[in-house]
Ligand binder design. Structure first.
Ligand SMILES: C[S@@+](CC[C@H](N)C(=O)[O-])C[C@H]1O[C@@H](n2cnc3c(N)ncnc32)[C@H](O)[C@@H]1O
Length: 243
């Protein structure tokens, strides 16, 4: 039995409880609140967070995710790993794929605002992109973060020069195809850091094999837990492109 399967079996009760909880919450969202959780977190942030303060926005989103309804944000623990990778790479030009409600865009945007950098954020869902745009505006970061609604495939022609850092946090089956798209388009340069979320929870063997064994990256795994679920193991792959 492989380690991954053994780990999954051990964590089965927690995973089952978590998924069950998510299912019930979804029903409550639909039939009781009659509001999606994304609309609910937007209303919460607008009401609770100080306008122009990224930290206050992040705290409000963390509070909402822990106390009200779970959110698929990168969260504080993995967020700290992401930010360390950006600082190590002295990143100024950053690309994010998968923005959800704008948590990671706010986190990276605050850092980029302090060093004259820019974040381009690609989000597939129209509703999530609209929520993320309003949350980032509330944080005072509209001038630093540009959202593009679509996929890397649809937006790649407009992205321009290579990035210093890329954050992959969308659907896991497109991590590798999108990484290859970035390589082929010359959007990575030696030293670009690519941070991939959730690789300790979801199975992404093709992606991990590529960054660990293609000879084109120096790659390491940073252990963490699933956002706002301390008992569920997760992790982030931090890979520096070598050319
Ligand atoms: C895990 S969430 C992103 C969380 C966000 N990075 C954060 O930490 O706040 C994944 C998001 O990826 C989006 N998505 C899924 N497939 C995508 C794709 N091919 N391109 C862009 N976004 C995608 C989903 O709509 C969803 O909003």
């Amino acid at each position: 039995m492989t380690m991954t399967i053994r780990k999954r079996l051990t964590a089965l009760p927690q995973i089952g409880w978590f998924l069950g909880q998510q299912y019930v919450t979804r029903l409550v969202d639909r039939y009781v609140h009659r509001q999606s959780r994304e609309e609910a977190v937007l209303a919460f942030v607008l009401a609770q967070a100080t306008r122009g303060s990224p930290q206050s926005v992040l705290q409000a989103m963390d509070l909402f995710a822990r106390r009200r309804r779970w959110l698929q944000n990168v969260g504080p623990r993995k967020g700290a790993i992401l930010m360390q990778a950006l600082r190590d790479a002295q990143a100024r030009r950053v690309l994010e794929i998968g923005s959800y409600c704008g948590y990671s865009a706010t986190l990276m945007g605050e850092y980029l605002a302090g060093c004259g950098g820019q974040l381009t954020a690609i989000e597939l869902s129209r509703r999530n992109a609209a929520v993320a745009t309003r949350i980032v505006e509330h944080a005072g970061l509209a001038a630093v973060v540009s959202f593009r609604r679509g996929t890397l495939e649809s937006e790649i022609g407009a992205l321009g020069a290579p990035f210093d850092a890329v954050f992959l946090d969308h659907w896991k089956d497109v991590y590798l195809p999108d990484l290859r798209r970035l390589e082929d388009a010359g959007l990575l340069r030696p030293g670009t850091v690519v941070v991939a979320d959730n690789v300790g929870f979801f199975d992404v063997p093709d992606y991990l094999d590529h960054v660990r064994h293609s000879g084109r990256y120096r790659s390491r795994f940073e252990r963490a837990s699933v956002e706002y679920q301390d008992a569920l193991e997760d992790g982030v792959e931090v890979s520096v492109f070598t050319g």
